[in-house]
Design a protein around this ligand. Structure first.
Ligand SMILES: Nc1ncnc2c1ncn2[C@@H]1O[C@H](COP(=O)(O)OP(=O)(O)OP(=O)(O)O)[C@@H](O)[C@H]1O
Ligand SMILES: [Mg+2]
Length: 274
């Protein structure tokens, strides 16, 4: 499954290096001392949801549709700030039910930057090292938090790194981790001020790096291949050309990453042979 991640996820070597190994070792540990908590952070279209889907597929036969995976989207499931007390109770119930049915349950929280800190606080007991809570042991569960927190810090770090003439692939998690975590603490909403941060309950902060032109080209190639056509370099180039690159004085990062690349491929190759 690590192979599947490295061939399908572009430009995110840190994800390959740390996410799957962390998940595998947690799954292989017969008695982990706490639930695994990973925060995937970065700008739009860099692959956070895509990676969570691949992780789900690697772990559960039915992938994201497995009944042991619960996915929550802040703007849908926790939309009303004045309902936080109700959401807290419902969320705790859903987590308990799921873990009682499968102790290896996985919980994916999308748009964590939009979640009320009190709601995140309600997760604390489940990700702490309690051996059991009312007879249920939550320590084999996995929690993935997806957010845009820390985006500015990540972009600045990578830009400085590339401008210094260094290779993107040489960036290590240690180089970045402090900054990404700091980004999550600094930006309003989500993990900031949450008990998960105060009590150091997030095991890994994983930065998703801004995508460069070559990554857009790979996404375009994949989109063509998934339509069953031999990737045409002219179409790939056209799709990459339609993207806006930033910052203005050194335009290396594609805004919105690979988001919409599949749609752009469809527009650029109107003849659908399938
Ligand atoms: N690193 C990547 N490698 C391969 N494909 C990618 C990558 N990033 C994005 N994509 C493609 O772009 C689509 C959109 O990406 P995704 O939904 O994962 O972005 P995101 O990081 O969750 O963004 P947002 O912050 O807007 O939610 C994916 O379904 C995938 O097809
Ligand atoms: Mg997303």
């Amino acid at each position: 499954m690590i192979q599947s991640l490295s061939s399908r996820v572009h430009g995110q070597h840190l994800v390959q290096d740390v996410v799957m190994p962390a998940i595998i070792s947690h799954f292989q540990d017969p008695q982990p001392n706490k639930a695994l908590v990973i925060s995937l952070q970065g700008e739009t279209g860099t692959g956070k949801n895509f990676v969570s889907q691949l992780v789900a597929e690697a772990v559960f036969k039915k992938g994201l549709t497995s009944k042991y995976i619960r996915k929550f989207i802040a703007s849908v499931d926790f939309k009303l700030m004045n309902e936080t007390d109700i959401y807290k109770v419902e969320l705790a119930d859903k987590i308990r039910e799921s873990v009682m049915a499968c102790e290896r349950s996985m919980f994916i929280f999308d748009e964590v930057h939009m979640m009320a800190p009190e709601l995140l606080n309600a997760l604390k007991p489940f990700v702490d090292s309690h051996t059991e809570i009312h007879g249920v042991d939550y320590r084999k569960a996995t929690f993935l938090f997806l957010s845009n927190a820390g985006t500015t810090a990540i972009r600045k770090f990578v830009l400085d790194w590339l401008t210094a003439g260094k290779q993107r692939a040489d960036i290590t998690l240690e180089d970045m981790e402090g900054r990404v975590a700091a980004g999550a603490f600094e930006e309003k909403g989500g993990l900031k001020n949450s008990d998960l941060i105060k009590h150091a309950l997030v095991d890994l902060f994983v930065p998703f790096l801004p995508m460069e032109r070559k990554h857009i080209e790979l996404c375009a190639r994949d989109a063509l291949a998934s339509k069953g056509v031999i990737p045409d370099p002219a179409i790939i180039k056209r799709v990459a050309d339609t993207k806006v690159y930033e910052p203005q004085d050194n335009p290396v990062f594609a805004t919105q990453g690979c988001r919409n690349v599949a749609a752009k491929v469809n527009v650029s190759s109107p003849v659908n042979p399938v």
